[in-house]
Design a protein. Structure first.
Length: 95
């Protein structure tokens, strides 16, 4: 009898073997940020880094930074919803 594996199982094993899990997780977090924020905010984003469970966002506009800081809790929930529990963001720092 043949062993059947899903594509997700195979990719997960490949990621694990090549030490790519963290890089793929960071990529997925950045993609979720782009989807949640939309094109205007993405254009105003100067840099996007992930450190542990913290997303650091450097923005070009102080007004936008203030606006997004007030919506931080909601934005974290939206980003985590896009990630489907693969990688979880607990904090966002806007600067």
């Amino acid at each position: 009898m043949k062993n059947l594996y899903t594509l997700q199982d195979v990719l997960s094993e490949v990621y694990r073997n090549l030490d790519l899990e963290e890089k793929v997780g960071i990529y997925e977090i950045k993609q979720a940020y782009r989807e949640v924020m939309g094109s205007l905010v993405v254009k105003m984003t100067l840099s996007l880094t992930v450190e542990g469970k913290t997303l650091n966002v450097k923005l070009a506009s102080p007004a936008l930074r203030q606006e997004l800081s007030m919506r931080k809790t909601n934005l974290i929930a939206q980003i985590n919803n896009k990630l489907a529990s693969k990688a979880v963001i607990e904090e966002i720092n806007f600067f």
